[in-house]
Structures are given as C-alpha cells and as structure tokens.
Design a protein around this ligand. Structure first.
Ligand code: FE
Ligand code: CA
Length: 524
C-alpha cells in the first residue's frame, strides 16, 4: 500500500473515530511524517503550482488549479474528476473546464449534486499530463445533527522570504475538515536581503507581477500539501494588494491605486479556490470582488466570512500627507470616536447584524485582524494609545458589533483573526474600559505562518493595560487548531520551533477551551 493510500485510510479512520486521534499527535508519528511527502512528491510541469479546493457547501466544492508554461495556448481544455476513493475507482463527478490566458489559465471547477458531509478525492488532466491528487469534503447538510466534531485550522501571514513553512506541514498532517486562511497570503513588497528566502522581482504592482508573486508562493511544497489536505475558506487582508490600504486609498495616496487594486484582486481570484461567481468585476474603479459569505456546518456552527479591507473607511489620524496606519493617542484623535466610521462598510455591517444564527450553538467570525482592545499605554492616561489599522482604529464599529451580540444573546460567538503576527487569546467585553463588564464573545487570533512579530517585551508590557487579553505571544510562528462540538471548542496554539527550517518540529504551546453557553477562554 502506498504511503498516500495509508495516509488517507488513516484520515478516514480519524474521521470515523470523531477525530479522537486528535491534533496532538507527535511529529515523529510515521504516518504523520509521511503525509507531506505523499502529497508533494508528484510534480508535473503543467501543474507545478499545485491544486486546491475550497468554498465547500453541502453539495459542492470548488476545485482549483492553474496551468503553467510560456507555450500554453490561449485556451486549454482541462478535465477534472472527483472520486469517492483515492484510487479513483468510484467516480462521483467529472467534467471539463476551459483554462483561459485572460485568467492566468486558472481552473475553478464546480462539481454539483455531491453528497453532504462526504470526503472526496480530486485531480486534473490537461495536455497529456495529470495533476497530483487532493483530498476534500462537502459540508454537512445544514440541519444535520453533529455526530463528529468539526476540526479546523486558522492561519495567516505567510511572508515567503521571512521563513519556511513547517507550519503548513503541521496543518497537512492533521487531516482537517477545513482550513481558514485569514489574510496576507502573499506580501507585495520586495524580498529582503537579510531574510532566509528570496523571491523574484521588486514590489508587485500590476497583474503580471502579482501573478508572479503567487506563483512563487504556490511552488512551496508544504503550502501545496496543506492545500491538498482539506478544503479552504479564505479572506484577504491588506498585503494581497498593498500594506495598509483602505478601500480605494493606499498609504501613499497614489491616484493610480485603484488600477493596482483591480490587478491584485484579479490575481487573488485566479490563485484561490473561489467559485466562478466570485470572479472580480471591473466596471468600477478598483474592481470589486465579494469575499463576504456564510457557511452553515450542519446544526453545529454558522461561519461568517468578513471583508475588512474593501469597504472600510480610511484609517483615523494618519501622518501628515499620508494615508495608512498610525499609532494614535485616543485623546488626540477625535476621528477615532466618529460613529460614522466603519471597518466593514455599512452594508456588510447590516448583513452581519441580520445574519447571526440564534439557533446553532456557535457563530464563528472569520475575519482579518485583532478585535480585542489592545492599548499600548495605560488607558487611565487619556484613554490609551492604539494602532489605527485594526479594530482599535474603529472602536465604535466594534462596539456596534459586540453590542448587537450582547443584546440579541447570539450564541457561541468566536472571533477568529490574524494580521498581528502573534497568538492572542482574549475575552471580548461589552465595555473594555470596565474589566468587570460581561464577556460577550471569545477571540482567537492566530499567529503568522512565517511573518515576523513585534518584540515580545512590548506585548508583555501591554498585557497590563488590557486585562481581557489572556495570552499574547509574538515570538511564535505557527497556526491554531480547533476541535468544535456542540458543547465545547478546544483550541491548540501551535508553535514552530525554527521558522528557518522546513523540517522543524511543531508543538502545542498552549491550549484553551470555550464552553458553548459561556463566552470566554479557559486555559486547558
Ligand atoms: Fe501580515
Ligand atoms: Ca495585515
């Protein structure tokens, strides 16, 4: 039996046992160690950016690949097939898609009529070559009673030149139901000479250079293994376009920024397993792409996917002559307390407020950045000091969101985020200035896959000003692993020992539990 076969049999067993083999298997488990090699050892020139699946529903999932080669015709027929078994003896669906040069020869196949809550294997064929095989699944039927827990990871901020992707090897080894990628899939900047890896080109700024940047990232075998292991849900943050952009404004106040954003949105869609319906439109400046969405996972959870970039107001109180983020004292920045300012935009705010699930035990909010108040100075001193790019820059929008959760008693709200390059575990308060006020939701902000964090001493100091933050560790790279059932959410904060080593050990650095009817994280 091949290692791949064994890996997937093992995966099915783990699923059947309700994931009881868990996410704490040691890294020297031979099956676990074999997983990435099995997924990445098959390389084909036309498919060297790998394969991926994503945006699952109860009856469909998007299958992605992108053909490469400078000699590709303008249009290429690509066959895809989806099977019940890894040997493809029982085909569930097959079809043909056209890969067009105008969309970078990407494929976003959408098999229909699949069975809910089932595992599938998929692969592609084009120009006489066959891709590697990926493992994916559909969501359970929306009213299906949960018999097995939902096991998923959150990850973000995978700056390629800053390190290697041992964290992705860890994700691939877990045989998860879902991977949620919460932003900064690429970094647009030039590669730094003091970093362990290099990539092509300077700063990405047009369609060609964004495409090239995605190609660099997607050639990483450990990232490919993570994609091949489970369906992904994706939201973007700023670096998919440009650091600190807000709507149609960039930090340089460049009048040509809308054209750059449109190119970046196109390259993003081309490289991610989004459905065809999500393809960006270019009939307005800057283009438009909808990443906001919802997925109901059986009777267990409603997952809300938010866009904190495309529709936000510009950051408050920027440096003179600039846009983008700043570190501002609350007492010196009246705009911070302007109730009209939003992070999500009025329409998306309303969409969220109207779509909370009051029946399922959990509402998972997959979004970009840290929601908990995080003052860098004592708040008794003029109200505190804040980084204006995160939710701290939009405190009244945050209060509206958490206020609605409290008022409507929305069950099991768990905010998932990235962006700050630190593991952060926080209790989200009805009023952050009154530590005794009720906790209305729980927050888990995953650290970066590779991007560097701020000095740990700064975070340690800030903890004293933010008692609702239970843990903040910027000196860890990795991800977070979750196991969700109707009563509990278990969380493992995964930490890579050495980000410069793709073979690095990855371990659980801390564990937490959230009880379904009681917001707030409990150290486990
Ligand atoms: Fe980042
Ligand atoms: Ca970011």
């Amino acid at each position: 039996m091949s290692t791949t076969r064994r890996q997937f049999l093992h995966a099915s067993t783990a699923t059947a046992l309700g994931g009881s083999t868990g996410w704490c298997r040691s890294a020297d488990d031979d099956l676990a160690a074999a997983a990435p090699a099995a997924s990445v050892s098959i390389a084909f020139s036309r498919f060297d950016l790998g394969i991926a699946s994503g945006s699952p529903t109860a009856d469909s999932v998007v299958l992605w690949t992108r053909l490469t080669g400078s000699d590709l015709p303008t249009r290429v027929e690509v066959q895809w097939e989806l099977a019940h078994d890894e040997a493809f003896t029982r085909i569930a669906a097959r079809g043909t898609d056209m890969a067009a040069a105008s969309w970078a020869h990407s494929v976003h196949a959408q098999p229909r009529g699949l069975e809910p809550g089932r595992w599938y294997w998929y692969r592609f064929q084009a120009l006489g070559e066959r891709s590697a095989t990926g493992r994916t699944r559909t969501a359970p039927r929306p009213n299906a009673r949960a018999t097995t827990p939902l096991r998923f990871a959150i990850a973000s901020c995978q700056r390629y030149d800053a390190g290697h992707y041992a964290a992705w090897r860890d994700v691939a080894e877990q045989n998860l139901d879902l991977v949620m990628f919460l932003g900064d899939y690429i970094y647009e900047g030039a590669s730094r000479s003091d970093f362990p890896r290099r990539h092509e080109g300077g700063e990405a700024h047009d369609l060609e250079s964004y495409r090239a940047r995605y190609a660099t990232y997607k050639r990483d075998p450990l990232l490919q293994a993570a994609h091949a292991s489970a369906p992904w849900l994706m939201v973007w943050d700023d670096h998919e376009v440009e650091n600190d952009y807000a709507g149609l404004q960039d930090p340089r106040l460049d009048p040509l920024f809308p054209a750059r954003r449109a190119a970046a949105y196109q390259a993003y869609w081309e490289h991610m397993p989004f459905p065809k319906a999500a393809r960006p439109r270019f009939d307005t400046p800057g283009g438009a792409m909808r990443i906001t969405g919802r997925l109901d996972w059986g009777s267990l959870a409603r997952i809300h996917l938010l866009d904190g970039r495309q529709h936000r107001d510009p950051q408050a109180c920027p440096r003179p002559g600039r846009g983008g983020s700043n570190t501002v004292k609350s007492a010196e920045c009246a705009a911070l307390l302007d109730p009209r300012r939003t992070l999500l935009g009025a329409e998306q705010e309303r969409w969220l407020a109207e779509g909370w699930d009051l029946h399922r035990p959990w509402n998972l909010l997959a979004q970009q950045t840290l929601m908990a108040r995080h003052s860098w100075t004592d708040t008794a001193d003029g109200g505190g000091t804040y980084w204006s790019d995160g939710w701290d820059g939009y405190p009244l929008a945050r209060q509206r969101l958490l206020g609605a959760v409290a008022k409507r008693r929305v069950p099991g709200v768990v905010v998932l985020g990235g962006d700050v390059h630190a593991h952060v575990v926080a209790d989200l308060k009805a009023d952050f200035d009154r530590p005794e006020s009720p906790t209305v939701a729980t927050e888990f902000c995953g650290t970066s896959i590779a991007s560097h964090g701020r000095p740990q001493e700064l975070l340690d100091m800030a903890r004293t000003f933010n008692p609702h933050i239970q843990l903040s560790r910027s000196d860890r790279r990795g991800c977070m692993l979750f196991t969700l059932d109707a009563e509990h959410l278990q969380v493992a904060l995964r930490a890579v020992d050495d980000v410069n080593d793709p073979a690095s050990n990855v371990r659980t650095s801390a564990s937490f539990v959230v009880e379904a009817d009681r917001p707030g994280a409990i150290a486990a």
